[in-house]
Design a protein around this ligand. Structure first.
Ligand code: NAP
Length: 287
């Protein structure tokens, strides 16, 4: 099968590495010629160029540009697409993308691999990035079932854990477990920088170990991606952030009033609740 990938960065490059290794013919398109050269040298693509017309004979095209470039890219692609080409994207929000792309190209399957690193660009692409991680598809009533099946087959080739859900439900869910953590983790780093004594700040930076590494990781990632999450999932993210602020106020109150029993109860609840977020099995959610 001939696969196209537009946007050869962390996600597009990683999809290309796995699909090339699995024997697919992969045609890449990226913005910069140097990126295309690097992708070919890494064997993330069979061929690559900056010209969207090279995707004219592909059966499936993965749209892996930044979120804000997905719709303009599809508009530019339209004159070059074969009638039976399936488009799929990897954008971290789904409702606005599905609503924008489906009228342009009904043979579109929204997708979101829940995998990443703090790095970006083709040099950050990795083999096996998706292995064992959720890969969400968000077909709607008009999405051709046969196209969903084709994309499911490619998710299987990437060895992702397939899940299907409604685009709006996806956006609300990722606001809690992906977009809120990016913002709170960024706030954590920013709050630490509020230490007024330079010697104490340096000491804190020296002492920071695995706990800080875990909690600051997603706040120290690609700023463009964080801005896009906020811009394209604004309502759900604001709901999550407001709830988080209430939780912080409650924590401050319990600590300020020496209410250690109440603090213990809360921390016991969170200790009990955490595993359910980390061990869910792939399933048809029917949302
Ligand atoms: P990235 O590493 O910055 O890669 C995006 C690449 O797209 C850039 O390297 C750029 O390549 C290329 N590009 C930009 N505009 C383009 C255009 N108009 N036409 C063709 N290529 C273009 O970003 P990423 O992390 O892979 O994210 C890509 C998508 O994956 C986003 O939609 C994001 O929401 C989604 N996603 C990201 C993560 C994550 O954790 N990073 C996880 C899941 C999904 P050049 O070098 O050619 O400029």
């Amino acid at each position: 099968m001939r696969i196209g990938i537009v946007g050869l960065g962390l996600i597009g490059g990683s999809i290309g590495l796995d699909l090339c290794r699995a024997g697919y013919d992969v045609v890449g398109v990226s913005q910069r010629a140097t990126t295309c050269d690097q992708a070919m040298a890494m064997k993330a693509v069979t061929t690559a160029s900056t010209d969207l017309s090279t995707l004219r004979n592909t059966q499936v095209i993965f749209l892996c540009t930044p979120i804000g470039r997905i719709e303009p890219t599809v508009r530019q692609l339209l004159p070059h697409l074969r009638a039976d080409t399936i488009l799929t994207d990897v954008g971290s929000v789904k409702a606005s993308i599905v609503a924008a792309i489906t009228p342009l190209w009904p043979n579109f399957v929204g997708g979101h691999p829940m995998a990443g690193t703090a790095e970006s660009g083709i040099q950050a692409a990795l083999y096996d990035l998706f292995v064992g991680n959720p890969y969400v598809l968000t077909p709607i009533a008009s999405t051709p079932p046969a196209s969903v099946q084709v994309i499911e087959g490619l998710v299987a080739a990437l060895r992702g854990k397939l899940l299907c859900c409604d685009p709006a439900a996806h956006d609300r869910a990722v606001a809690w477990i992906s977009h809120l953590p990016v913002m709170t983790s960024a706030s954590l780093i920013a709050a630490c920088l509020g230490e007024t004594d330079p010697a104490v700040l340096t000491l804190a930076q020296t002492l920071a170990s695995s706990g800080f590494r875990d909690t600051s990781r997603v706040g120290g990632g690609n700023p463009e991606l964080g801005v896009m999450m906020a811009q394209y999932n604004q309502a759900a993210l604001l709901t999550a952030l407001s709830q988080y602020r209430q939780q912080l106020d409650q924590l401050i109150d319990r600590i300020a009033t020496d209410d250690w029993d109440a603090l213990h109860t809360l921390l016991h609840q969170t200790q009990t609740a955490r595993p359910a977020f980390l061990s869910s099995e792939p399933q048809e959610l029917g949302l």
